[in-house]
Design a protein around this ligand. Structure first.
Ligand SMILES: NC(=O)c1ccc[n+]([C@@H]2O[C@H](COP(=O)([O-])OP(=O)(O)OC[C@H]3O[C@@H](n4cnc5c(N)ncnc54)[C@H](OP(=O)(O)O)[C@@H]3O)[C@@H](O)[C@H]2O)c1
Length: 338
């Protein structure tokens, strides 16, 4: 403990009451190491990244974070500086994503985190700490979506695969990965100026959100997609299910449009399509570790550096605001210095 500083920098989100209304604001503060949980592993965080869930935590979504003040950040990559677990050594490079990090456990928007050993993935060879956070939870989730589609029989010869929320974290990495694996990818984006970025990631075609939304209320639509990765939910997800080709699958992982789903059984019983749920948070550590190893090797994504915008702690709030407005592009990587 002696080489460690007493205090460290962290983003802190505070809750205040204005009449009936709860308000949330953030600032960069100094915290004491003793305020962190007494967990197995203390990690000096080198990089974190901003995910949609962090934006929800920082804006008072009680489904994500119950109590404030709080330090968000569901992702962190850095070096172990203290360990009570024999499998994790001081000086080892590690990744932590999901579980309770940044939800109700002090998160990666800070120079230090303390977590249980069961949350920690050793950094696989082939990935740097920086690259692991360009991927972060978004990359892990994109890879889980792709893995689930492949496990359900999707192959490149079956036709086009759709990715929604295409310029966001999950969407952009899903496009790059599917394109690397030889799929013909259609990107759905609300950003008219995003076409060059989406083409560089490997999208063969680009459509607008309106094209997926304005489909009327028919119970089934023309068969169009062999597979899909959806981060939007709601009406967009249901229109995708109704347009899957016979036997096709959609991996559902997000709710930026809506958490609701108004459905009928017709696509399932008439076209044998699959609606596949994807969760990256409580995924067992062995599976998480295996996905990270794939992302470091056969599923490595060449465009990673292009996707990253590097920011400092005091630039986080602006990044969070842009994600809440649906204006994010690629990945915001938080550099905490070394
Ligand atoms: N299941 C899991 O384990 C898991 C893990 C990670 C993320 N997620 C969820 O996946 C979703 C995406 O996360 P992310 O980190 O990729 O977020 P993000 O970086 O903010 O990307 C979301 C993208 O969705 C599009 N979008 C935003 N608002 C929209 C709306 N109202 N209707 C349609 N499209 C909209 C935008 O892309 P365009 O402008 O290009 O359309 C936006 O960039 C979130 O709901 C998040 O909670 C789930």
């Amino acid at each position: 403990m002696s080489d460690l500083p007493e205090s460290f920098k962290a983003l802190r989100v505070e809750e205040t009451q204005d009449g009936d209304k709860l308000c949330y604001s953030s600032s960069v503060i100094e915290r004491h190491l003793s305020e962190l949980p007494d967990s197995d592993v203390l990690i000096k965080v080198h990089y974190s990244s901003v995910n949609y869930k962090d934006a929800l935590s920082a804006s008072g979504n009680k489904g994500v974070t119950r109590q404030y003040p709080h330090t968000p950040g569901i992702d962190a990559a850095g070096l172990v500086v203290r360990s009570q677990d024999s499998s994790l050594k001081v000086g080892q490079s590690v990744i932590v994503t999901g579980y309770d990090l940044g939800m109700n456990t002090s998160g990666g928007f800070a120079e230090y985190i303390a977590v249980p050993a069961q949350w920690v993935v050793p950094l696989p060879e082939g990935l740097s700490l920086f690259e692991s956070m360009v991927l972060g939870t978004a990359g892990l989730t994109a890879a889980l979506c792709v893995e689930k589609l492949l496990n359900n029989g999707l192959t490149p010869d079956q036709g086009d695969v759709l990715v929604t929320g295409a310029t966001g974290g999950v969407g952009s990495i899903a496009i790059a990965l599917l394109s690397k694996l030889g799929f013909s990818v259609t990107a759905c984006s609300g950003k008219a100026d995003s076409h060059p970025m989406l083409k560089r990631l490997g999208a063969g075609a680009i459509i607008t959100r309106e094209e997926l939304l304005d489909q009327g209320s028919r119970p089934m639509l023309k068969e169009r997609w062999a597979g899909a990765v959806d981060v939007v939910g709601g009406e967009m997800l249901w229109n995708i299910v109704k347009s899957l080709r016979y036997g096709g699958s959609v991996a559902c992982c997000g709710l930026v449009g809506s958490p609701k789903l108004e459905a009928t059984v017709f696509p399932f019983i008439l076209r044998s399509v699959n609606l596949l749920g994807v969760d990256s948070v409580l995924l067992p550590l062995a599976h998480k570790t295996a996905i990270w190893s794939k992302l470091a090797a056969q599923w490595n994504i060449e465009q990673l550096a292009d996707l990253a915008k590097i920011i400092a702690l005091d630039e986080l709030q602006a990044g969070i605001d842009s994600l809440l407005k649906g204006q994010g592009k690629g990945r915001l990587v938080l550099d905490l210095g070394r």
